[in-house]
Design a protein around this ligand. Structure first.
Ligand SMILES: NC(=O)c1ccc[n+]([C@@H]2O[C@H](COP(=O)([O-])OP(=O)(O)OC[C@H]3O[C@@H](n4cnc5c(N)ncnc54)[C@H](OP(=O)(O)O)[C@@H]3O)[C@@H](O)[C@H]2O)c1
Length: 237
């Protein structure tokens, strides 16, 4: 994607964590950025921190609902007339042995992490065909490494990786690039965590933002379709 200035991105779950980090880096590169949250007030608070109203749009959308995502894309097209980059980032994690995890928490993960990326794609794909844009999912190393207490989360993230790779094959004939980013530990609010100086060894959200910029700046002929990214030195507890 040549010259990112005034290109338009939509990042689901941009109110905090990785989504916020991606939004801040794209804005610094001159892009216009829409961010979503389940709660408008969360999105608006983050948008105020990120930049001026002409460059940042706060949207309330629950990615588990296709109608919300369709309405989100309409807001973006109404405001800026196009969509160049869709980052399906919103996600939740609940961790417990499979015999103990409740069906409510299981379904929240499936509906947000897996159905959510489908809804974000479905709502944005026609706009991305027009712009010859970029669709990126934020999966996880949990999409390739399974672990105890992770059956629900693993199921969704393995699903996101498979979904994104197959979508890449379907969409590249339209000149839409598709990639999945699979981070290890990132210092965010994930699963109720409060980031602190103890998290200095982890990937920081803005590092994922830099990675997204690297993808957007990649020569159009080249597509890193599946990117694993991990802390250089894991915690030494
Ligand atoms: N942190 C890590 O170590 C790590 C590692 C690998 C992958 N990931 C993935 O990275 C993504 C972002 O997570 P994070 O670490 O940044 O966590 P986070 O700090 O908890 O942020 C999650 C974001 O997703 C939003 N969100 C949650 N459910 C949503 C829904 N149904 N609809 C719309 N937005 C929703 C939240 O917004 P509101 O709460 O305001 O609605 C928030 O903006 C997730 O997909 C996660 O699985 C995280």
């Amino acid at each position: 994607m040549n010259n990112l200035k005034n290109k338009v991105a939509y990042i689901t779950g941009g109110s905090k964590g990785i989504g916020f980090g991606i939004a801040s880096k794209l804005l610094k590169a001159g892009m216009k950025v829409a961010i979503s949250s389940r709660l408008l007030e969360n999105a608006e608070k983050a948008a105020k921190e990120l930049g001026p109203e002409d460059m940042v749009l706060a949207i309330a959308s629950d990615v588990s609902k296709l109608g919300d995502e369709k309405a989100a894309i309409k807001k973006i097209l109404d405001k800026w007339g196009k969509l160049d980059v869709m980052v399906a980032n919103a996600g939740v994690g609940h961790f417990a042995p499979i015999d103990q995890i409740s069906d409510t928490l299981w379904h929240e993960m499936v509906n947000t992490n897996l159905n959510g990326v489908f809804h974000s794609l479905k709502a944005s794909v026609e706009a991305l065909k027009k712009s010859k844009g970029y669709y990126i999912t934020v999966a996880s190393l949990a999409g390739t490494n399974f672990f105890a207490n992770g059956a629900g989360y693993n199921a969704t993230k393995f699903g996101v990786v498979g979904f994104t790779q197959a979508a890449m094959l379907d969409l590249r004939p339209y000149d839409i690039k598709v990639s999945t980013i699979m981070p290890g530990s990132v210092a965010t609010n994930f699963n109720g965590h409060k980031p602190s100086k103890e998290d200095a060894w982890k990937i920081q959200p803005e590092d994922i933002g830099e990675l997204v910029l690297d993808l957007l700046n990649m020569n159009p002929r080249t597509l890193p379709s599946k990117i694993e990214v991990r802390p250089t030195r894991p915690d030494k507890k």
